[in-house]
Design a protein around this ligand. Structure first.
Ligand code: HAM
Length: 433
């Protein structure tokens, strides 16, 4: 039986047209985050299993992690997220790194998930993190940056940023609902999964966590609170932090899309303060587009030094869905400046010489690698979106001439071979170095 040409379930092949989109998205992101002073980093795709077991949370470790035992009997995981790698790297040089540490990366990550809209088994994820600095200002910066990344694509009025604080949730679970730590964790997981699993399964999980109907409705009421109510009803650090954050951001462009939503939990266990999710307002993309939060205890896992951080992760799948839903993706095509059409062996050899001179001047050029009929070669040129065909036929070779065909306008001219560069300069002014 012939081998399948399909990629592994939940993964994508990136044919050139997809690579152009990916590259464009990542370049756009890099421009925005580097504008805020963030520096690129990367790490290995494989990490010791324990790195995730320590803090990522049960769902990732038990249900989504790809892992294996290597030939040296080490338990190795393929990274499902970047934050533990980033924390390991920061902890490894924590004394030397200038603070605040502002880092970004766009790694590919693997999670064994049920493939669906916005969720695959392999995705690329922008990670932006700042460690050190004043917590309030760092939280505000990360939120502004999340907003700016989307604004960089022209989509800033098509999102909603839902924000909450883990300390507030902990306070409510403990003091209002009187839940113990185990019940609180289970309830928070149920709330986090609510949209994904539906109302019936959600209520079942709450009951399993030990919540009675009074507690469930008290919690539901709490989820409807706005900032003012939260601040007047709950005397706790979480409410105060939220209040300060809203006040610091009140004159920023983000304020029109930022909203307190007390049901925001975030699935990962390491968040300790501010948490947020960014939603696409288009009903087509109903799951969170991206999210993040503050973690106080990750760096400390690697030694004595504590360094608090805040950041977010944004997947390329949800970003692309967002850009497509709102028509924010430009038409991206490969393009060649010049395509050589060649009649015979000598013409191919001459085209190679001319091409290597042009490349030094920044012109993108290629030849057909054949001596097929001109019509066929011109079709190839059109498929590659070449702007100009340089035709070297037998008569051209004999008379030391070239025929230039403008493939956009359809116009054709004959020129002396040694005039190629000057002609192209007037035809393709923007393409030269
Ligand atoms: P996360 O919520 O697990 O957070 O993932 C962040 C984002 O990555 C999601 O909102 C989504 O855009 C994308 N994503 C996650 N899983 C998938 C998937 N299976 N397919 C496609 N996209 C996906 C984290 O991973 C945190 N480490 C982010 C972070 C960085 N927090 C602080 N710094």
């Amino acid at each position: 039986m012939a081998l399948s040409t399909k990629p592994y379930k939940g993964t994508r092949d990136f044919y050139p047209e997809d690579m152009y989109v990916q590259k464009w998205m990542f370049e756009n992101i890099a421009k925005t985050v580097e504008g805020f002073g963030y520096q690129p980093y990367d790490g290995p795709m494989l990490e010791p299993f324990e790195l995730y077991a320590a803090k990522s949370g049960q769902e990732i470790v038990e249900k989504q992690l790809y892992w294996f035992t290597d030939r040296g009997e080490r338990k190795v995981a393929i990274r499902p997220e970047m934050t533990p790698t980033m924390a390991r790297m920061v902890a490894g040089k924590v004394m030397e790194l200038p603070k605040p540490v502002r880092w970004y990366s766009i790694p590919n990550l693997w999670r064994y998930e049920r493939p669906q809209r916005g969720r695959l088994r392999e995705h690329w994820q922008l990670n932006v993190d700042v460690l050190g600095g004043d917590n309030l200002f760092a939280d505000a910066e990360i939120l502004k940056l999340a907003h700016a990344v989307i604004a960089g694509f022209g989509g800033e009025d098509k999102i909603r940023i839902a924000i909450n604080n883990r300390k507030l949730i902990n306070h409510v679970f403990k003091n209002l609902l009187k839940l113990d730590a185990d019940a609180a964790l289970k309830a928070s997981k149920a709330v986090d999964a609510r949209d994904k699993i539906g109302e019936e399964a959600y209520l079942k999980l709450l009951a399993e966590a030990g919540l009675n109907s009074d507690q469930t409705s008290t919690m539901e009421n709490f989820f409807k609170s706005d900032l003012e109510t939260v601040c007047s009803d709950f005397d706790c650090e979480g409410a105060r932090e939220l209040n300060e954050l809203f006040s610091v951001l009140k004159d920023d462009a983000i304020s029109s899309v930022l909203k307190l939503e007390p049901q925001i939990m975030r699935g990962l266990d390491y968040y300790t303060g501010t948490v947020f999710e960014v939603y696409d307002v288009s009903p087509e993309n109903n799951r969170a587009m991206f999210g993040g939060g503050r973690y106080d205890n990750l760096i400390g896992l690697f030694g004595n030094q504590q360094l608090s951080g805040v950041g977010f992760g944004m997947g390329d799948v949800t970003l692309r869905n967002f850009l497509e839903s709102h028509n924010l993706l430009p038409e991206l095509k490969s393009h060649l400046d010049v395509f050589f059409v060649t009649a015979n062996r000598d013409a191919v050899i001459q085209s190679e010489k001319l091409a290597s001179d042009l490349r030094k001047l920044g012109i993108k050029c290629a030849s057909s690698l054949s001596t097929a009929k001109f019509n066929q070669q011109l079709k190839q040129a059109n498929k590659l979106n070449a702007k100009i065909a340089v035709i070297i036929g037998e008569s051209e070779l004999e008379n030391q001439q070239l025929t230039l065909k403008d493939l956009v306008k359809g116009e054709q001219t004959s020129i002396a071979t040694n005039q190629l560069t000057s002609h192209l300069k007037s035809m393709l002014p923007g393409s030269f170095n």
